[in-house]
Write a protein that binds this ligand. Structure first.
Ligand code: ADP
Ligand code: GLC
Length: 497
């Protein structure tokens, strides 16, 4: 089985969120499970620098506004995965992140930048660009790579099976309809049964309409997005795909996130020897300027600061969380950046509670490890959460997650109800209503459990014993690819567009 994975981010080269972690780990797991996998990535500066031994596969000439596009092939330096890189300096040689400039503005030519990614992936999959390697499965991730499904479906020679994975339905890649001509697609695709979405042109819809299978990153999110509440206007499209939509839970890359071998934390530890955990906590408190106090329950947030993540609930719950004794009283450490209003509010909170609230408005991978290892509990009170990775990392680090019962959070955390405690299945604290009061109540339960060390340790050990190996997800993706190929899916597919 030959699988081409197309995406815009990959850990550790380019990362704005969990998508990069997934694209960094999934290919290796699929390869271990027996698939032949190659990646297709845009030639962003960090990707060109991080893919070794690049050789030219073919010169593509002028495309999507770029005067010169070259397809190259090399290997990701740290894991050796063979990777096609689209070298198009005019579109990709920029500072900032893949989607925005350093001032946070969307790149004005994103339509061309990500159409190119999809176009090259589809034409490679059609066997036109690299005669030595033609995949039978094209697996596109998020709206950035979604156009590959439309280009594949409209390609007369299309034979590849297509899978589209939604990591976050809230980011859709919407562009003005009048720019449709830039895509060089037949105009029959610019209809409501195609790419048109409420007067815009939607890359996300290209993935949803023109792939043969749609997956999301947790089973619960797959169910949720078929509803109006979570469907971001696309729930009807999701429902129309019926059984072609399914959820496969993300895994954790154990070579990056493992407290027993993590070189980025103050002291390693494991379920069998937890001694390093309090050392990590003391070291983190010191580093962040928090009172060094082993008895103070330390809550942490590591997150993009966006409304998705529900961090306004944390701000609202803060006075109740911090009330009471200063000695042994709760502490909060927040690491994240994004929404200026949230950044300002957390900065104010840190100034109001010196030594008890610390805020780091920076992206820093190593600090994220120290936060997750050093905290007692991790807050993920999201309004919606397709999968969520930080609660998985927290579980494996013996850091108790306090999460909202939504999306992948509900699939991965077992609420500490009396029954779950009794049966030793509980791993964290969960709340239902998307309100500050909901979070307040979960925090109160967490604080009570913290004052009961045997119970707290029980929760820690149950979490640390969870298996989030990527092997599990890889086996499910392979089964899905296998089903598709067996169906002779290309024949019966929505392709005839
Ligand atoms: P999302 O992809 O929606 O942001 P996830 O929980 O899936 O949420 O993944 C977030 C990833 O980004 C995790 O690997 C987390 O550790 C990381 N992360 C988020 N904010 C920061 C930050 N400020 N510094 C370092 N890592 C961060
Ligand atoms: C998205 C989602 C997040 C998920 C990640 C990786 O960014 O917001 O919930 O964990 O993708 O799939």
């Amino acid at each position: 089985m030959k699988v081409l994975i197309a995406a815009a981010e990959i850990f550790p080269l380019v990362k704005t969120g969990g998508l990069a972690d997934v694209v960094g780990a999934l290919p290796g797991a699929l390869i271990s499970a027996g698939a032949e996998v190659r990646l297709m990535l845009p030639g962003l500066p960090a990707i060109l620098a991080g893919v070794e031994g690049l050789t030219t596969v073919c010169e593509l000439g002028a495309l999507f506004g770029a005067g010169r596009v070259i397809l190259r092939l090399g290997r990701i330096a740290h894991n050796g995965v063979l990777t096609y890189v689209i070298d198009a300096p005019y579109l990709y040689q920029r500072s900032g992140n893949p989607y925005q400039d350093s001032a946070g503005r969307e790149w004005p030519d994103n339509i061309q930048r990500f159409a190119l990614l999809g176009w090259v992936a589809a034409h490679l999959a059609a066997g036109e660009l690299d005669p030595t390697w033609v995949p039978n499965v094209l697996h596109a991730h998020d709206w950035h790579a979604a156009m590959s499904c439309a280009y594949a479906a409209s390609h007369p020679g299309q034979r590849v099976a297509t899978v589209f994975t939604i990591h976050n339905l809230a980011y859709q890649g919407l562009f003005p309809v009048q720019d449709f001509h830039l895509l060089e697609l037949p105009s029959r695709l610019m209809v409501s049964q195609g790419l048109e979405f409420h007067g815009s042109l939607s890359f996300m819809k290209a993935g949803l309409k023109f792939s043969q299978r749609v997956t999301t990153v947790s089973p619960n999110y797959a169910r949720e997005i078929a509803t109006e509440e979570f469907g971001c206007g696309l729930d009807g499209v999701i429902r129309s795909r019926g059984g072609a939509v399914s959820g496969i839970l993300n895994g954790v890359d154990g070579s990056v996130w493992n407290p027993a071998s993590d070189a980025l934390i103050a002291s390693t530890y494991s379920a069998r020897n937890l001694k390093g955990k309090p050392l990590c906590k003391a070291s983190l408190q010191k580093e962040l300027g928090l009172r060094v106090d082993a008895n103070a329950p330390l809550f942490a947030v590591v997150s993009r600061l966006t409304s998705q993540k529900g961090l306004d609930f944390v701000l609202a719950a803060l006075p109740a969380l911090l009330q009471g004794a200063v000695e042994g009283g709760a502490q909060l450490a927040v690491q994240g950046n994004g929404d200026p209003a949230l950044e300002a509010a957390f900065t104010t909170a840190a100034a109001s509670y010196p030594g008890r609230v610390a805020v780091w408005l920076r992206y820093d991978e190593a600090l994220a490890h120290r936060m997750i290892a050093g905290a007692d509990a991790m807050l993920v009170p999201s309004r919606f959460e397709p999968c969520g990775l930080t609660q998985l990392y927290a579980l494996l680090y013996g850091t108790i997650p306090v999460v909202r019962q939504v999306g992948g959070l509900a699939d991965t955390v077992v609420d500490a109800t009396p029954e779950a405690i009794q049966s030793d299945t509980a791993t964290g604290f969960m709340f239902g209503p998307a309100t500050a009061l909901g979070l307040d109540q979960a925090l109160a339960r967490a604080l009570e459990a913290y004052r009961n060390p045997p119970l707290w340790q029980q929760l820690m050990l149950r979490g640390m014993a969870q298996n989030f190996s990527w092997d599990v997800a890889a086996a499910q993706y392979l089964a899905l690819y296998g089903d598709l190929l067996q169906d002779g899916a290309a024949a019966g597919h929505a392709s005839a567009v």
